[in-house]
Design a protein around this ligand. Structure first.
Ligand SMILES: NC(=O)c1ccc[n+]([C@@H]2O[C@H](COP(=O)([O-])OP(=O)(O)OC[C@H]3O[C@@H](n4cnc5c(N)ncnc54)[C@H](OP(=O)(O)O)[C@@H]3O)[C@@H](O)[C@H]2O)c1
Length: 256
């Protein structure tokens, strides 16, 4: 992983180490020792790679997830609120790398006959409601300085206009809902933090536990480290004019 040097249009250079004791950002952060970068879902394939890449380039990261201290469970709003409280204020970068596609009980649907209300409910809880609660509790904690970023990992298959294959009802619909929630929150947060950026990002196809069972030959499959590097490049180049968008790992806007 090559260290990244975040450009002038991204969040401030070294913003995520700006919370060290003795400097002004650290003083305004609720805990001087607490990182200004947060990765939620840091146990996941892409989340772990994002946290590692940030740390490798000198930006300490607060890693959050179901097994961290404090724990953050998307299905438990109280845990999200407590984790946000723990993270403090004046955050420069919050990345939500959580998500759900399949488990032992539910696989992506191939047709309408396979629709299951319990599957739909779980997908919405984890891919839409959970990230919405993250925005509820973390967006007010973003720094007011240019250019704080909240980025949640969505998926191209959540684009309605890009849906030419069908299938994967629960995942597609929940990611489409997530894109709408991001857009709506971006409009609201711009009123108090006009420099902040709130986006949904499509990481591309990445070799993780989420995508592994669905790998197809011919697809450009990235390692988590490659995807993380590309996503951090995209985040570094974000401008407030892009808030509310769904962008891919090359920085291209994906139409909703
Ligand atoms: N991989 C791809 O090809 C691909 C393509 C397009 C979009 N994406 C999106 O990218 C994101 C990350 O995917 P990934 O491939 O890195 O998946 P992953 O390796 O399966 O990671 C998923 C993460 O979500 C967390 N999570 C699941 N349920 C949770 C809950 N109730 N509370 C808190 N955290 C929970 C997991 O935590 P635990 O370790 O506790 O389970 C894990 O950290 C997802 O939103 C996915 O939809 C991935």
């Amino acid at each position: 992983m090559r260290p990244r040097s975040f450009g002038p249009s991204g969040w401030p250079r070294n913003a995520c180490i700006a919370a060290l004791p003795g400097n002004m950002r650290g003083m305004s952060h609720s805990s001087p020792a607490r990182p200004a970068c947060v990765v939620i879902g840091a146990s996941g394939g892409i989340g772990a790679a994002l946290a590692t890449a940030l740390e490798a380039s000198g930006r300490p990261v607060l890693r959050l997830g179901r097994t961290t201290a404090p724990p953050l469970d998307l299905l438990d709003e109280a845990s999200i609120a407590a984790a946000a409280e723990h993270a403090g204020h004046d955050l420069s970068l919050v990345i939500d790398a959580t998500g759900f596609l399949h488990n032992a009980q539910f696989q992506p649907e191939k047709n309408l006959r396979q629709l299951d209300p319990a599957h739909l409910a779980l997908s919405f809880a984890l891919n839409a409601t959970g990230p919405a609660l993250l925005m509820k509790h973390f967006l007010p904690r973003l720094s007011r300085a240019p250019a704080a970023v909240f980025a949640t990992l969505s998926a191209r298959v959540g684009s309605i206009s890009d849906n030419h294959l069908g299938g994967w009802y629960a995942y597609r619909a929940a990611k489409a809902a997530l894109n709408q929630l991001v857009r709506t929150a971006a409009i609201e947060i711009a009123r108090t933090r006009p420099h902040a950026v709130c986006v949904a990002l499509h990481p591309g196809t990445v070799d993780t536990g989420l995508s592994g069972p669905f790998a197809k030959t011919g697809l450009d499959v990235q390692t988590p480290a490659e995807a993380a590097a590309r996503l951090l490049d995209v985040i570094a180049a974000l401008t407030p004019a892009q808030t509310g968008l769904l962008l891919d790992y090359q920085g291209q806007t994906i139409p909703f």
